[in-house]
Design a protein around this ligand. Structure first.
Ligand code: PMP
Length: 299
């Protein structure tokens, strides 16, 4: 990759110069919102949905993004172009901006807006062939009536604690339950179980982010004639499922072969998971905002 350029408050700057103030409330308090987006072969996948989620998250925390959605589309596309990327991961961050040391966001005059585009680092390829092993962790999902999982905020401590527990247990990802003990999601991905060709995933109110990959999989599965439902379920349902898989922008669709020591199905990616991964990859090649087909101005 030639020199990486980062979009920072209206300008493209070199990576070493892409720095923000220690008084930025994103840094001081995790006050802000973000998105993780992906481009495939020159198409940005479901950009509109990612931006809708970003703007909804911002609205929920009373943060006004200083760009329209059209301008933000241009920022994402231009960040990819500046870095000569056709395939890659884009991180958009909007923090409350620089203020004083108090908690109040009203001291912050201007949000900080960042777009970073990089080649993607995902789970190693072998894991897509073998499947992942995961464990349930003690850390519970934030209650959705306290801090809604729909707000994709910079406050990811809940998820970080999950990741720490997973890594200490020697596995790359974990299963997180909600405060009532029902299955919620992974640290940064949604979970699906498959039983008798029927797919189930927890509804958002259980404590899952309504993932864009999750929604794409629900649509694809329906189109392919699988029965699908959003449902509340327990670890018992996970242990006794025929297949389990995780979905996310970075992970795409990845099979889970073992949960808390219980082998899932035959202990390898099952046919439904593989079928949906293949269809998902096909979809990503042909669906999205084209990076190189339009002239866009970023100011
Ligand atoms: N849950 C959490 C907590 C996440 O951070 C993510 C990643 N954005 C997901 C689920 C998957 O969502 P998506 O498919 O939109 O990437």
């Amino acid at each position: 990759m030639s020199e990486q350029l980062i979009f920072l408050n209206g300008k493209f700057v070199k990576k070493q110069e892409a720095v923000v103030s220690v008084y930025d409330h994103g840094f001081l308090y995790g006050d802000g919102v973000f998105e993780g987006i992906r481009a495939y072969s020159g198409n940005v996948f479901r950009l509109d949905e990612h931006l809708t989620r970003l703007y909804d998250s911002a609205k929920s925390i009373m943060l006004t993004i200083p760009y329209t959605k059209e301008e933000m589309t241009a920022i994402v596309v231009e960040t990819l172009r500046q870095n000569h990327l056709q395939d890659g991961y884009i991180r958009l961050v909007v923090s409350r901006g620089v203020g004083d040391l108090g908690l109040s966001p009203f001291s912050c005059e201007m949000p900080t807006v960042i777009a970073i585009a990089e080649p993607l680092r995902i789970f190693p390829k072998e894991l897509y062939e073998t499947g992942l092993e995961i464990v349930t962790v003690a850390t519970r999902r934030n209650r959705s009536d306290v801090l809604s999982p729909m707000v994709k905020s910079l406050n990811y401590l809940n998820n970080i604690l999950v990741k720490i527990e997973a890594n200490l247990a020697g596995v790359p990802e974990a299963l997180m339950l909600n405060d009532q003990g029902y299955v919620a999601e992974g640290s940064a991905d949604n979970i699906f179980i498959v039983k008798n060709n029927k797919l189930l995933t927890p509804p958002g109110h259980v404590g899952a982010l309504v993932g864009i990959t999750r929604n794409a999989i629900l649509d694809l599965a329906r189109e392919k004639g699988y029965e699908v439902a959003e449902a509340v379920f327990t670890r018992h349902d996970v242990y006794t499922a025929d297949e389990v898989f995780l979905t996310g922008t970075a992970a795409e669709v990845i099979a889970v072969k073992k949960v808390d020591g219980r082998v899932i199905g035959e202990g390898k990616p099952g046919p439904v998971t593989q079928d949906l991964l293949d269809s998902f990859r096909e979809l990503t090649q042909n669906d999205g905002v084209k990076i190189y087909d339009q002239t866009l101005n970023v100011s």
